[in-house]
Design a protein around this ligand. Structure first.
Ligand SMILES: Cc1cc2nc3c(=O)[nH]c(=O)nc-3n(C[C@H](O)[C@H](O)[C@H](O)COP(=O)(O)OP(=O)(O)OC[C@H]3O[C@@H](n4cnc5c(N)ncnc54)[C@H](O)[C@@H]3O)c2cc1C
Length: 403
């Protein structure tokens, strides 16, 4: 067996944090395989058949990708291999249950989270198998690691053993209070595992040994992982929803894109809107590559409903800066907040950023941590009036409602 990773030039489009983390993950994987990992740079459609030929491999095994680009790429790789009499075999996926395999009785996919999650749990998943200790690795010349772009923060540990230890620590000390603390951005109430799930340093099956967990914390945690699986499933069935409204009715809604809109967007990106809970979130993102889930919902709602900008602008910015940036979770998380996607947040439900701050960061601990100049004249006045913009958002919604 030859362990191979092909650095696809398409990955250059990913933001610096994700490219840096990929670098560190590959380095750790190389160490874990005793230096056996072969890295090649180039189009996988060319590279994979070439190396299969070099080492005389009959089959190539790949962890299945379910997002639009990865699916197309793997189909092209399979075609290229077939041309040389070889097979591409997809094994496993980054999900507990493969996207596409949870369906209604009539075979149709689910469009709503709760019934999906019920069926997903019944479908169940296998417990992980142990990795063989010393596989008999083949070797081949390697191109070496991709360049590591600079990022303005320290990256999380890209080491499987450390991630397992972090998870065990969270399971024994944080999981019981997860349901209670997960919405409080000032406390470390969530697992922070998202970048590791993204890069496969852990797998949902390792975090959900028991398909029927006990206790409110464990049940809620499993449900959050189910959201990740649900969004991957939705994107699998409807790949066009990566960048287009799932609910096409919203294609008609008016959004602002002119120079004033660009200026508002810039202020949002920099964490300078004058709404502390929004600005704290954006600064946390820029300073750490991660943002708390409750705050992701608030800043996304603000961009769409208070600034009237296209959700795609925000989604793209998130993918550039998040360490856990993932097309399915991110773009459907954005559509959820924008009210254009799956589920329960109807368009006319508009988050009030001030009320959200009072509810989830009552003592102002989170906003003060991220905005040192908060109580000084250096902090800007609000760039919009929430009451006015809320009405504007509702008017725009009314205008398309009857259509
Ligand atoms: C606008 C928006 C954009 C988002 N973009 C991403 C993204 O690019 N990548 C990403 O992994 N998550 C994204 N999320 C989901 C969620 O915010 C993060 O997964 C979570 O904050 C990660 O922190 P954690 O690992 O401590 O989460 P925990 O609370 O510890 O949850 C455990 C795991 O469950 C999954 N999860 C939790 N909440 C969600 C959710 N709402 N949707 C999907 N999966 C979830 C994640 O894999 C997470 O690591 C987004 C949410 C919103 C509202």
């Amino acid at each position: 067996m030859l362990p191979l990773f092909v650095v696809d030039p398409a990955f250059e489009r990913a933001g610096a944090p994700r490219r840096a983390l990929l670098h560190d993950c590959l380095q750790a994987l190389d160490e874990a395989t005793g230096g056996a990992l072969v890295i090649r740079h180039g189009d996988p459609v060319d590279e994979i058949p070439a190396i299969a030929d070099e080492v005389g491999a009959d089959s190539v095994y790949v962890s299945k990708d379910f997002a639009p680009y990865g699916r197309r790429r793997d189909e092209h790789v399979a075609d290229a291999l077939r041309g040389t009499g070889r097979h591409l075999r997809g094994v496993g996926s980054p999900y507990a249950v493969e996207p596409g395999s949870v369906r209604k009785d009539d075979g149709k996919p689910y469009a709503v989270f709760t019934p999906f999650s019920r069926r997903w749990r019944i479908h169940g998943w296998q417990t992980p198998i142990d990795t063989p200790r010393s596989p008999n690795w083949r070797t081949a010349p390697s191109d070496g690691l991709p360049p590591r772009p600079g990022v303005p923060f320290e990256l999380p540990f890209a080491d499987e053993a450390q991630v397992t230890a972090d998870w065990q620590q969270f399971r024994s000390t944080g999981l019981d209070r997860y349901a209670e603390l997960r919405d409080r951005p000032a406390v470390a109430g969530t697992s922070h595992l998202s970048p590791y799930l993204k890069y496969g340093l852990t797998h949902p099956r390792q975090l959900m040994i028991n398909p029927q967990p006990r206790g409110e914390g464990a049940i809620t945690f499993q449900s959050e992982l189910a959201w990740r699986e649900f969004y991957a499933d939705v994107l699998f069935h409807q790949p066009h929803t990566a960048w287009r409204n799932l609910n096409s009715k919203f294609d008609e809604i008016a959004v602002d894109t002119g120079s004033l809109a660009q200026e508002k967007f810039r202020r949002w990106c920099e964490g300078m809107t004058g709404f502390p809970i929004v600005d704290a979130g954006m600064r946390q993102l820029l300073a750490t590559g991660w943002m708390h889930n409750r705050i992701r919902m608030i800043v996304a709602s603000f961009l769409v409903k208070d600034l009237h900008l296209p959700w795609q602008w925000g989604a793209r910015f998130f993918l550039q800066h998040l360490l856990d940036g993932d097309l399915a979770s991110n773009n459907h998380g954005w559509q959820w907040a924008a009210g254009t996607g799956t589920g329960a947040a109807p368009y006319f439900r508009v988050f009030n950023p001030t009320a959200q701050q009072q509810r989830w960061d009552r003592n102002g601990e989170y906003v003060q941590r991220w905005i040192p100049e908060l109580d000084t004249s250096a902090y800007p006045a609000p760039i919009v009036d929430h009451g006015v913009e809320r009405r504007e958002a509702l008017d725009r919604y009314q205008a398309i409602k009857g259509r």
